[in-house]
Ligand binder design. Sequence first.
Ligand code: NAD
Length: 462
Amino acid sequence: MSSDTPDRADEPAGAAAPTGETAGHRAESADRVKSADRTESADRAESAPESALETALHQLEHAAAILDLDENVVERLRHPARVQRVSVPLRRDDGTVEVLAGYRAQHDGARGPYKGGMRYHPEVTEEECVGLAMWMTWKCAVMDLPLGGAKGGIVVDPKELSHAEHERLTRRFAEELRDIVGPNADIPAPDMGTDAQTMAWFMDAYSVQEGEPSPGVVTGKPPEIGGSHGREEAPGRSVAIVAREALAYEGRPLDDATVAVQGFGSVGASAARLLDEWGATVVAVSDVNGAVYDPDGLDVRSIPSHGEEPEGVTRGVDDDRLLSNEALVRLDVDVLAPCAVGNVITGDNAEAVRADLIVEGANGPVTFAADAVLERRGIPVIPDILANAGGVTVSYFEWLQDIERRTWASERVFEELEEEMVAAWEAVREEYDRRDVSWRTAAYVVALRRVARAHELRGLWP
Ligand code: NAD
């Protein structure tokens, strides 16, 4: 299910102006041997696939060691502040009652209210919610948003829910979580299997019980009831902004760059269309069925995104312009943006990647094993917690608009997103330049330093 209604706006004035480092700077740092990081990645590469929680803990330990943090603070961050498990009774359309398991994990609230998605999926587990809540803590912190990380969900296959069942389930889940969510406590958002309508029902159920309208209890709502303009486009826009900054850092003009985008959905289509608008040549885009390729550049506006026409990317395209998704990953391009699903660049295909730069639009598209290979080969990977953080950033803007009871125009949303993304990019770039680490580790260092500082300042009571 998609989230909000897509809406478009002109990009902010000067959005394409690079603000990254000069080519000279980049040449110097590209030659450095990033030894400390390589050892860690290599260790991780040898291990079996990890759960979201194991990954999040690894990232915490690695960044904590680099920062030489107070062990007492790190110990607090290893544990979620709270995990709520609830039983959600659902009356099916046939009158029978089924009891489903639901969770809400809140990781760290030192910097502000908890924020994170709410998913309906058969494989939701408590442990996964905890791990993903930790990721949200780092993502909010790298963006310097005054929010902490949370994640939740219900163990259910959303395809097996009727519209009415989806509504009843959501309203009951809102009631079960009412004591721990709220505009100043924990603010859910759409995730896998949930969408803007789910958020509207959740908000309505919460508001009815509170006795007052509380639009700020969730984000990702339809704009008519307090959702933000530009929310749908935001993660793809941040991918495009970060790709632009990373290219500038390498001393490469955007209008000489070739780009391949895997996944032409909410994230991928927005990123591809913006990069095209800013002068890059998008040579390949794909959906689950395969890719369309043209070395001279595609007209990305005429290719339907997942939201516009599901699985329409390769429909009616001549065979000589078709590629597999696997071949797209191996294209010789300046920027490869995997924006579809996780685990697509792995230990098995990372040696075959010929892109000069990878920008993670999806969550977790590059595995640990692939990270180690790409690092050895000198191919930078700009991590998901920075690159697709436009989504949570505009969710934060939505929350501000709900508190202010005032709607921002798309132009303002995109201008403020541009500012936040460039500031976050600069903070990460500073760490990258200062330390012998990868872009991924630099982002985690920025995030953890901020969270740890909040803990130091607030202290532990009693
Ligand atoms: P979407 O459903 O709108 O689009 C997904 C696209 O990927 C579709 O074109 C689909 O056909 C394609 N696809 C699916 N499986 C594929 C495969 N195995 N190989 C190649 N293409 C495949 O999804 P989205 O909202 O754009 O999300 C994409 C990724 O970005 C996910 O990892 C998601 O978690 C992450 N993300 C999304 C948001 C958001 O707000 N939408 C925010 C941050 C991160």
